[in-house]
Structure formats: C-alpha cells, structure tokens
Design a binder for this molecule. Structure first.
Ligand code: DC
Length: 224
C-alpha cells in the first residue's frame, strides 16, 4: 500500500497536534509537529539574546544549530526542550521568528526531508499549501475562537501554566492574524483541503472522520 503524506493545517489551538499524533499512531505513520520546530528556533533565538526581528542574525544561529525530532521529543543542540518550547515567552515570539523567509526555508527543507518517503502525518499552517502542495490528503482543521481558547486554557492549567482565559484568547487571535498575513506561506486553507470544524468534536471523532476521508480519497483500506 502506498505510504501517504497527510497534511493537517489550521489556526492555533484547533487541536491539530492531538489529532495528528493519534492519527499517526493508528496508521503506524511518523508524526511531524512542524509548529514545534518553529518553537525550537524561537527558543534558540531567545536563549542567545538575538533580536527576534533580526533575520540575518537568526540565520547565522541556524547554521550551527542541531535540531533533532524524535517521536514527540525535541532535542536542540543536545538539550531536551520538549517542555520549554511551550512557554509563554516562546508562544509570544514564535509568529515573528517563523515569518522570516530564511527561517521558513530552512525548516521547510527539513520537513520535506523528514517526509520524503511518505508514511507521515504533518501538522502546521502551510503543509498543504507550501511544504507539500501535492500531499495525498489535506485537512484544514479549525474550531471557533471561544472553543480553541478554552481548550488551550485548560491544557495550560493542566501543565501548571498560569494564564487567564482572556490572555489565552488574545494570544490566539494575535498569532492567527500574524500567521495569516505574513508574506511567505501564510496560514490559509488549500483549495483542495477538506475543512473540519471540531468545535463540537473530540479528538477520537476527528481522527475517525479523517480516516474515512483517507479511505474515500485513496480507495485504500487500513487495518487501524
Ligand atoms: O502549532 P503551534 O502553535 O505550535 O505553532 C507555533 C507557531 O509556528 C505558530 O504561531 C505558527 C508557526 N507555524 C508556521 O508558521 N508554520 C507551520 N507549518 C507550523 C507552525
């Protein structure tokens, strides 16, 4: 059976990561969290006290940076940063750092390399439009702003991150605006992506729906 490339894009906190991770498990595919890759670079920039607006300095940092992605762990220059990349400081700066074309092209090349043999689920903002415009299956996963904010707020609380619901909502609105208005590869639905609104769906239901879409689109049966 052909090993597919499955792209899941959508706005912040739409539940893409949970869905992509479970989907990859069910299909026995590799899962690539591309947002986490941009978060790692943002952390690197902050740790080195480089100005987040300074694309050339950031590009220099990237040259000597060793980022490895293994399952759900992110190792940056030998250090496990899996938890640190979810901090508020990183979330506040990631949309600026990831908008630099030199940063994007470096990460996009890495994503293309990771997924070149197929059998992969990638989630992000530009997977179906820019990274893999020929992906076998494209999903645009969204939910209304209130639902997304509440979900992220509850996740934060469970992780001990202390922010108000209002702060979370403002952060989501701000990031979506920046991510969808940047010049290179902005957040948008690919024309041929299937839109799934998960406002009243849980992770399991969303994954089941995507598996149905994959079956219909490819005519393949899965032993998931
Ligand atoms: O999915 P996330 O919230 O962890 O993503 C963090 C940021 O990375 C998000 O604000 C936009 C950016 N991003 C991107 O520009 N392109 C991607 N393919 C994935 C994420």
């Amino acid at each position: 059976m052909k090993k597919l490339i499955i792209a899941i894009d959508g706005p912040a906190a739409a539940g893409k990561s949970s869905v992509a991770k479970l989907l990859a498990e069910r299909l026995n595919y590799l899962y690539v969290d591309t947002g986490a890759m941009y978060r790692c670079i943002t952390l690197l920039v902050l740790k080195n006290k480089v100005d987040v607006e300074d694309e050339d300095e950031i590009a220099k940092l990237l040259k000597d940076c060793n980022l490895s992605v293994s399952k759900s762990f992110f190792i940056l220059n030998g250090e496990d940063v899996t938890h640190e990349i979810r901090s508020k400081k990183v979330s506040d700066n990631v949309s600026v750092v990831c908008a630099h074309p030199k940063v994007r092209m470096e990460m996009v090349n890495k994503q293309r390399e990771l997924a070149k043999d197929g059998g992969v689920v990638l989630d992000g903002r530009d997977i179906g439009t820019f990274v893999f415009p020929n992906a076998d299956v494209k999903i645009y996963q969204t939910a209304n702003t209130e639902t997304r904010s509440l979900r992220r707020y509850q996740e934060n609380r469970a992780k001990g991150i202390d922010t108000s619901l209002e702060e979370v909502m403002q952060d989501i609105i701000k990031r979506d605006k920046m991510d969808s208005t940047r010049l290179l590869a902005p957040l948008m639905k690919a024309e041929d992506a299937v839109l799934i609104d998960t406002s009243s769906m849980n992770t399991e239901q969303t994954v089941n729906k995507i598996i149905d879409i994959i079956k219909t689109k490819t005519g393949e049966e899965f032993n998931d």
